[in-house]
Ligand binder design. Structure first.
Ligand SMILES: NC(=O)c1ccc[n+]([C@@H]2O[C@H](COP(=O)([O-])OP(=O)(O)OC[C@H]3O[C@@H](n4cnc5c(N)ncnc54)[C@H](OP(=O)(O)O)[C@@H]3O)[C@@H](O)[C@H]2O)c1
Length: 269
């Protein structure tokens, strides 16, 4: 009856695994550092990770919109259902046609499914590829003034845990956003207000962004992929708010200002 949490050491998976463990549920971390190790690029590692598993939190790495993701999700989903998985909760991305092909694979798998189609995470600024920029005080991105409804990972976690452990979420596609549209300049202002430091947004070219991301430790491949997301996905298609968090949990989504206040210490060092 094990629940496999893929990406179980990452932003969403780590929190989900902790919450399931606190509920005394048997959890297996599915990642390269898990036991047994799970590696998307080595399919021989998949059967051991799925052994005895009945539910899976399915988060892909690096991104469902990247080349190869669909083939991996299709093969993994087929194997999971064949070996006894009955419930799949997929972490997906909003406005990404490639991600939506993976969603369909999960929806047609024969297992109970829930899709969490998410906008950009607030925690990209506190735990991921934008943390270094915030610490430097300059968020330099190939983005315009198109706003994004940033989503608190804690909301995703609440919904994923509910979908994995409770009834009522099977067959649901939740389109999840935060409660407010924010441009990157407005994000910088929110972070400045929360930290008391001056944090600014500077629009840059794609090449300038890739060079800077690589200097902050992002691999060139990931930097190129992220740059693609900025230019393709942040074109206005996601510049709207949904009530997906309310649909799933019966409460409003968390606001960026609350996230920024709660994480202010992270950016003060
Ligand atoms: N960031 C956003 O704004 C956003 C928005 C919408 C959707 N998403 C989706 O979120 C997903 C990422 O989830 P996340 O942000 O919770 O994770 P994350 O913080 O990016 O962490 C990545 C996780 O994947 C594992 N991992 C890395 N390389 C791996 C590999 N080759 N094989 C197996 N596991 C590997 C890592 O653990 P190990 O190092 O131990 O392997 C870690 O647990 C992506 O599919 C993305 O499309 C992100």
């Amino acid at each position: 009856m094990t629940i496999l949490v893929l990406g179980g050491t990452g932003k969403t998976g780590r929190r989900i695994a902790d919450r399931l463990t606190a509920l005394d549920l048997p959890v297996r971390i599915g990642s390269r550092s898990g036991t047994p190790a799970f590696e998307w690029q080595d399919r021989s590692t998949w059967p051991a990770a799925l052994d005895g598993v009945t539910s899976v939190y399915l988060s892909y790495y690096p991104d469902l919109a990247f080349p190869g993701a669909y083939d991996d999700i299709k093969a993994f989903t087929e194997l999971a259902v064949r070996t006894g998985t009955r419930r799949l909760v997929l972490l997906s991305g909003r406005g990404e046609p490639e991600a939506q092909a993976s969603e369909r694979t999960v929806q047609e798998s024969g297992a109970e499914w829930t899709v969490l189609r998410c906008s950009w995470f607030m925690q990209n600024f506190s735990e991921d590829f934008l943390l270094g920029a915030v610490l430097d005080g300059v968020i330099a991105l190939p983005a315009t003034d198109v706003p994004e409804p940033f989503l608190d990972v804690e909301d995703i976690v609440d919904i994923a845990v509910a979908a994995l452990t409770q009834e009522g979420h099977a067959g649901r596609l939740y389109e999840l956003t935060g409660p407010r549209l924010l441009t990157f300049a407005q994000v910088a202002a929110e972070l400045s207000a929360a930290t008391g430091r001056e944090i600014t947004f500077v629009p840059v070219t794609t090449d300038e962004y890739i060079a800077s991301a690589v200097s902050h430790g992002v691999t060139p491949e990931e930097a190129a992929g992220l740059s693609h997301l900025f230019t393709e996905i942040l074109d206005g298609r996601n510049a709207s708010i949904t009530d997906g968090v309310h649909q799933a949990l019966g409460r409003p989504a968390r606001d960026f200002a609350d996230f920024a206040r709660a994480n202010a210490q992270v950016w003060k060092r």
